[in-house]
Design a protein around this ligand. Structure first.
Ligand code: PMP
Length: 398
């Protein structure tokens, strides 16, 4: 049996989405900016896609949603746009973010620091959560942007976005959130949370790879990352990838309609909890960041004495795909930076395994995964020279 439990890395395209995209390759292939009927033929489905995107995050009609290549581009566009608009041009020189953002935020911040920008990286507590009050504490006269993720990709931990949005609004500071791991898992409402900029990637919610979006609140101008043609109202140049945009729109609709979010919060969560509880029956295993306040599909579990990479290898032999952390960081064997940020001890930092489910995960797959994980832990602990289970070890984690 093949079991894919790495849906935070990417998801299968929903077959309904794939079907909706197909006509836009060989049949309705005009350039949407062409004035003839071939171009115009693409418009109705593009408009429908935009409607779905607006509804999915509760954007207001006057707001913008720019189609990008992915969340990486959306994140770069916000941070670099703010840099050009507020930092290079004005007297603001400060950005606030967290220590556990995706590299498409932190690497841009590191780059901006080389350009003289001052960046505050807020730490998370042992529950993997950032306190909204710490954002308030660090906002200064020259703070141009607060950028805090909606949900963490490793742990699924949800950040206090509504509180942070209110703090930023009151302080008059622009607020960006990377909602890549939140869309389709929990309700995302830009108006309710006073969000100014929001990033997402279609392939995380059963849409195609290579397309994403950037929400920009009305009147929040942003210098574009890509200059060129007048596509996207001049906000992002380049011929729009129509099949991908159509696919992303439908994927957003299918993932964010109330019944889909309810399914996520009941059925997907039930299967996640079943897997998690079964693994927690193994001595000396813990859920990193704890069980509260997470996306319903994710668990990051530390198994003492078992290297995360070894677990992945064993599971892969049994055709189960999971992850030790984000795929973007998995080529090196560095300790997981998110686990370090939580203050995990250095041994535990190498033992995290992330399981991320989707609405396509089945009960049979979870039953099989439980059996494989238990056998793998037994085998790896037996051959581990450093792991010796004693009741004392066990007690220390209760
Ligand atoms: N932000 C978060 C929180 C993510 O999990 C990811 C993907 N792992 C990204 C941004 C980047 O997405 P993409 O690779 O589609 O640009």
């Amino acid at each position: 049996m093949e079991v894919y439990l790495d849906n935070n890395a990417t998801t299968m395209v929903d077959p309904e989405v794939y079907k909706a995209m197909e006509p836009f390759f060989c049949t309705i292939y005009g350039n949407p900016n062409s004035l003839h009927k071939f171009g115009a033929g693409t418009h109705p489905k593009m408009v429908e896609a935009l409607d779905y995107l607006y509804a999915g995050i509760n954007a207001a009609d006057e707001d913008d949603i720019i189609i990008t290549a992915n969340a990486t581009e959306s994140n770069n566009a916000v941070l670099k746009g703010i840099w050009v608009d507020n930092i290079l041009n004005g007297n603001k020189n400060h950005i606030i973010t967290s220590e556990v953002e995706h590299p498409s935020i932190t690497a841009v911040c590191k780059f901006l620091e080389t350009q003289g920008v001052s960046v505050t990286y807020l730490p998370v507590n042992e529950d993997g959560v950032l306190e909204a009050s710490s954002v308030k504490e660090f906002i200064k006269e020259d703070t141009a942007l607060v950028s805090i993720m909606w949900a963490n990709n490793e742990t699924g931990k949800l950040f206090p976005i509504r509180e942070i949005g209110a703090i930023c609004k009151e302080a008059g500071v622009a607020f960006h959130t990377d909602a890549t791991q939140a869309i389709g898992k929990v309700p995302v409402d830009v108006q309710d949370c006073n969000v100014d900029y929001l990033s997402f990637s279609a392939h995380k919610f059963h849409g195609p790879k290579g397309v994403g979006g950037l929400y920009v609140k009305a009147k929040k101008a942003l210098t574009p990352l890509l200059h060129g043609g007048e596509q996207m109202g001049g906000h992002r140049a380049g011929t729009v990838d129509v099949p991908s945009m159509v696919g992303m729109g439908l994927a957003m609709h299918l993932a964010t309609k109330p019944e889909a979010l309810a399914f996520e919060n009941t059925e997907v969560k039930r299967l996640r909890d079943k897997l998690e509880n079964a693994i927690l029956e193994i001595p000396e295993t813990i859920v990193i960041g704890g069980k509260e306040n997470r996306t319903p599909n994710t668990t990051l579990i530390s198994i003492r004495g078992v290297e995360g990479e070894s677990m992945l290898w064993d599971m892969n032999q049994k055709t189960i795909g999971a992850s030790t952390g984000s795929a973007c960081a998995s080529e090196d064997l560095e300790a997981n930076p998110v686990m370090n940020a939580f203050g995990s001890d250095s041994e535990l930092a190498h033992t995290g395994v992330r399981f991320s489910l989707s609405r396509f995960t089945t009960e049979e797959q979870i039953d099989y995964a439980i059996e494989v994980v238990k056998n793998a832990v037994n085998r790896l602990r037996n051959i581990s020279s450093s792991y010796a289970y004693t009741p004392k070890n066990h007690e220390s984690q209760l």
